[in-house]
Structures are given as structure tokens and as C-alpha cells.
Design a protein around this ligand. Structure first.
Ligand SMILES: Cc1cc2nc3c(=O)[nH]c(=O)nc-3n(C[C@H](O)[C@H](O)[C@H](O)COP(=O)(O)O)c2cc1C
Length: 205
């Protein structure tokens, strides 16, 4: 079992991927299935993933992602999607909760409260989608590292274009994209940049 502390310390945003080292389908699903243990509000899991693997779509995505070379070089780039309406009744997770004993009335109460008080505006709905799916994204990066697979998160892309190309509907946001593969050892990453520490970021009340 790999030390979690080591995974935190060793994960880097890897700019250089070995073009010849593929991530096989089994490994990809292993990573995603591990990452889905991430928490989400009411366990709604308002997220989806598009795995871009073909040269054709990698090129298209590369064009819309500021031509960042890692999108072309990595064997896979994941498009992490958050659903702004993920709390509504059509989410199949509500059926699971019914099996566990939650009543329809309670569910309608939660949805109503969410719509009215928690996510009444577009901004708050977007935040709901982004908050939850970002936890999935981070979990994917750590799950990948656990399996020896490197990643690179990016928000440098044209979201409207990516949504259009990959048929992502208007209720969804593209939270980030994550290129994934194996570090090209012929390159070197710059040393990790400074992190703000406890004293710099924590206010105690
Ligand atoms: C939400 C998010 C968006 C990012 N977008 C980009 C990007 O578009 N292009 C890029 O080169 N790096 C991007 N990065 C990578 C960061 O620059 C990197 O995580 C940071 O410099 C810390 O380096 P490390 O991940 O190696 O520790 C992004 C990281 C995050 C978390």
C-alpha cells in the first residue's frame, strides 16, 4: 500500500507525457472507480467524464485548449463535467436513497430547499457543479498517482467550444480537463513552486 503522504508529495502537474506509453482501459476505469469514492453533497455525484482518447478528438481539444502540448502528447485527456441541476429528481441516485428508506416526500423537500435556498441563482448552481466535480477531479489525480499514472489539470480552454464539440448541454459546466499518462523521463519538471503555509492562509476564530 502506497503512503498517502508520498502521493501528495509526488503528484505534479506533468507537462511532458511519454507519447508511446498508453494508459490501458482497465487502468483508466480502475482510477475513475477509485476516484468516485470522493464526497459530494447528498452523495448526488453531479458529475460526468468524457475520456478523449482518439487522435482526431485530441487534436480538436488541443485546438480549443490554447494548443497546450500536453493535450496532444498525453494518451488520454479527461473532460470533467459538473451538472448544475444534479440535485433534481431525475438523478438516479435518488432511487438508491429510496431503497435505503428515504421517502418521496423527503426527497421533494430536499430538492425544493435546494432550488429555493441553496442554489437559487445561476451563479450558485454553477458553484454547486464546480464544488462537487472539483473534488472528483482532485480524487482522479491522486487515484492516478496511486497507480503510477501522471496527470495535468487545466482550465485554459474555450469552454463554449468544448461544450459544443462534445455535446455537453447547457445545464453542465466543464470544470476542468485533466491530461493523463506517463511522465516523459527525457524531460525535467521545474521544482515545485512555493506553497502558502498555515500561518499565511489560516485565520483562526
Ligand atoms: C484548476 C486548475 C487549472 C489549471 N490550469 C492550467 C492550465 O490551463 N495550464 C497549465 O499549464 N497548468 C494549469 N494548471 C496547473 C497548475 O499550474 C499547477 O497545478 C500549479 O502550478 C502547481 O504545480 P503542481 O501541480 O506541479 O504542484 C491548473 C491547475 C489547476 C488546479
Amino acid at each position: 500500500m502506497k503512503d498517502l503522504k508520498k502521493i501528495f508529495e509526488e503528484r505534479r502537474s506533468v507537462k511532458f507525457f511519454d507519447k508511446d506509453k498508453k494508459v490501458d482501459d482497465e487502468m483508466l476505469s480502475e482510477i475513475i472507480n477509485l476516484a468516485t469514492l470522493a464526497p459530494s453533497s447528498f452523495n448526488l455525484q453531479p458529475w460526468e467524464i468524457i475520456a478523449v482518447k482518439t487522435e482526431e478528438y485530441k487534436k480538436v481539444l488541443h485546438d480549443e485548449a490554447c494548443k497546450q502540448p500536453k493535450v496532444l502528447n498525453a494518451p488520454i485527456t479527461l473532460i470533467i463535467i459538473g451538472n448544475k441541476k444534479g440535485y433534481l429528481r431525475e438523478n438516479p441516485i435518488w432511487e438508491e436513497k429510496i431503497k435505503l428508506g428515504l421517502t418521496e416526500e423527503k426527497i421533494q423537500g430536499i430538492i425544493g430547499y435546494s432550488e429555493k435556498n441553496l442554489y437559487p441563482t445561476e451563479e450558485k448552481k454553477t458553484a454547486f457543479a464546480a464544488r462537487n466535480s472539483s473534488l472528483l477531479a482532485m480524487s482522479i489525480m491522486y487515484a492516478a498517482k496511486y497507480h503510477g499514472v501522471d496527470t495535468h489539470p487545466m482550465i485554459g480552454f474555450n469552454e463554449d467550444k468544448v461544450k459544443e464539440i462534445f455535446n455537453i448541454d447547457e445545464n453542465k459546466i466543464v470544470t476542468m480537463i485533466i491530461s493523463m499518462g506517463y511522465f516523459d523521463e527525457s524531460n525535467q519538471l521545474k521544482p515545485r513552486e512555493k506553497r502558502f503555509n498555515y500561518d499565511e492562509i489560516v485565520k483562526e476564530y
